[in-house]
Design a protein around this ligand. Structure first.
Ligand code: SF4
Length: 228
């Protein structure tokens, strides 16, 4: 993975004014998360932008652990976009079957690879607009790549953990990922966009689990409006 570099200019929410933070304890929440998850990072194994793009597409409705098991072999067999286009779709489907939704994922991966080859010389583009034009790449996937490879996210990555916990913490009342991202982009410093996602994802996997949140053991307890 390339060394993240500093963003040139803080892209604060495209010029939108700061909205009132729903939970006034946001500074304390950020302090706790920053302290507890200082080592947080992307848990999808990858060596470059292309591998992270593929791993993120595979991670939809699938655990990172499962994706890493699959990509351990996959990334040996397929190293460049052309490699995914050189096999029949059915072969790729078999190679990624255990990640679920494998037909759709195989189709999206091949569409993305086709566009990478035709429009970008086989390289992963570095803008949200270009990434969104690849097959099956939404804002979440694009922000994962932009943030973790180049430290140039266009916003907060909103996955299932970020959705659940940002709502629990009273940072948004929205339900759609797009609107939640808009809310979070307004209240989180752009310098923290990448890490904020990792903090909530790590918190969601370790403490605030979907089915059984450990509120008694949670360091955010004093600041959480939905604590049990
Ligand atoms: S107090 Fe409970 S609901 Fe709130 S963030 Fe912690 S674990 Fe989640």
């Amino acid at each position: 993975m390339a060394s993240p570099r500093k963003k040139a200019a803080a892209p604060r929410s495209r010029g939108a004014p700061r909205r009132r933070v729903p939970n006034p304890a946001l500074p304390q929440i950020l302090d706790v998360l920053r302290r507890d998850y200082a080592e947080a990072h992307c848990e999808l194994n990858h060596r470059n932008a292309f591998e992270l793009l593929i791993a993120t597409i595979l991670s939809a409705q699938c655990t990172d652990v499962r994706v890493n098991l699959v990509t351990a072999d996959l990334f040996q067999k397929y190293r460049r976009p052309e490699d995914y286009l050189a096999v029949a779709q059915e072969e790729l489907e078999e190679d990624i079957r255990s990640t679920g939704f494998y037909r759709n994922k195989a189709k999206n991966i091949r569409r993305a690879c086709q566009t990478l080859v035709e429009d970008h010389g086989g390289e992963v583009p570095r803008t949200m607009t270009a990434l969104r034009k690849l097959g099956g790449v939404g804002r979440k996937t694009a922000n994962v790549v932009l943030g973790n490879i180049w430290n140039e996210p266009d916003g907060v990555v909103v996955d299932t953990h970020v959705t659940r916990i940002s709502r629990k913490l009273g940072l948004t009342n929205e339900e759609s990922a797009e609107k939640i991202e808009t809310d979070l982009n307004r209240i989180i410093d752009p310098e923290d966009w990448v890490m904020f996602s990792h903090w909530l994802i790590w918190h969601g996997r370790r403490v605030c689990k979907a089915r059984n949140p450990d509120c008694e053991g949670c360091n955010l307890y004093p600041y959480c409006p939905t604590r049990a």
